[in-house]
Write a protein that binds this ligand. Structure first.
Ligand code: SF4
Length: 368
């Protein structure tokens, strides 16, 4: 019988010294690591949720140039905010950033509070972001537990519970919180865990255990169980909604857009007009799509002339998928069109943020 490895939930604090030393030596230089400004840490953490580091870098630089302080963010017009966020997706993140910035100005004099509970009370700041800001910017003893950290810890201790269950995350957060109580450098510990999960103990491929500073402590490595840890119970399928997206082009070369409702999916954002397709309509039935598009035009005071197929596209949200077919129509405005705004390709590119779901159509209009 082999001797038990030292790393289990109770002995997790053994990771602190080797992990922080490794981070000190190998941390990648990233723009938000250049200092410890809490606003910069906050912004980067929000942008990095669901988004790759390389994709975030240009957004981060542009955003800070437009809103260099919390009070500048609080005063940013909504359309400008959405334009700065265009393409990053999950737009509620941007709206919550601004709402939180306004709350920070009202309650904390425009400075992020050095207090976990006060951070947690701000709009859009959950346990993860509060822990990241508290530990990285203020050196406070709070973990930031996301998918990367769950993967590293469950592998280290050989935990095979479903990481999608709240109880599992709660248990791991509690164990890490104990570790943080005595950790000399919470900022290095948080960033070390994140970095290890991003560049060594990675998702969807074999971990680079030979390069891992925690290899000697790791159960998954010793037991060869990394390929089924972390465990996730299979998800139920996403709901599929089929849509017809309309590219309505007027005699001035402008395209119709409209605002989405103020609540629900992509709330308050601009979109190309679109409608749900009836279940009975077969994919690729151009004649039926054309009739639906012309009916939409009639109901909105538009005279439709030539029509052609526009791109088909798919977009995956967390719980549903849009399967889109497109129709391009040249139109004339017969009367004032209620709810539709006709804008040029330049205006669309510079002023009105189209959500990523419409990327295939935006590419046709302004090449992005
Ligand atoms: S030894 Fe391998 S599996 Fe274990 S934490 Fe390091 S990279 Fe991940």
């Amino acid at each position: 019988m082999t001797a038990p490895l030292p790393c289990n939930m109770e002995a997790l604090s053994l990771i602190v010294t080797p992990l922080c030393a490794w981070y000190g030596k190998y941390a990648r230089p990233l723009p938000w690591r250049e200092g410890s400004d809490p606003y910069h840490i906050w912004l980067s953490e929000v942008m990095l949720q669901q988004t790759r580091i390389e994709a975030v870098k240009p957004y981060y630089a542009r955003f800070l140039a437009a809103a260099p302080t919390v009070s500048a963010l609080a005063a940013l017009p909504d359309d400008r905010l959405m334009k700065l966020w265009e393409g990053l997706g999950y737009y509620s993140r941007a709206r919550n950033l601004k709402r939180a910035a306004q709350a920070i100005c009202e309650k904390h004099g425009g400075v992020l509070p050095a207090d976990y509970e006060a951070l947690r009370a701000l709009p859009g700041i959950g346990d993860y972001t509060a822990g990241a800001i508290a530990s990285i910017a203020f050196g406070l003893p709070y973990p930031a537990v996301d998918g990367n950290v769950l993967r590293v810890v469950t592998r280290l201790v050989g935990d095979e519970d479903d990481i999608l269950r709240p109880e599992t995350k709660k248990r791991i957060t509690a164990a890490l919180t104990e570790v943080y109580r005595t950790a000399p450098d919470p900022a290095a510990l948080t960033q070390g865990l994140m970095e290890l999960g991003e560049v060594v103990c990675m998702p969807n491929r074999a971990p680079l255990c030979e390069e891992c500073p925690l290899a000697a402590l790791c159960r998954a490595r010793a037991e060869g169980s990394w390929d089924h840890i972390p465990y996730r119970a299979p998800k139920k399928g996403r709901k599929i909604i089929r849509k017809l997206v309309l590219m309505l082009h007027d005699e001035n070369g402008c395209y119709a857009i409209r605002r989405r409702p103020e609540d629900g999916l992509l709330a308050g954002l601009w979109e190309l007009p679109q409608l749900d397709l009836p279940d009975a309509l077969a994919d690729g039935d151009d004649a039926a799509l054309d009739e639906l598009a012309r009916d939409f035009c009639r109901r909105h005071g538009l005279i439709a002339a030539e029509s052609a197929a526009a791109p088909a596209a798919r977009h995956i949200f967390t719980h549903l998928e849009w399967h889109m077919q497109g129709r391009f129509l040249n139109v004339k405005q017969e009367e004032t069109v209620d709810g539709l705004l006709f804008v040029s390709a330049d205006e669309l590119a510079s002023t009105y943020a189209l959500p990523t779901a419409f990327r295939a159509y935006a590419r046709v209009i302004y090449g992005k």
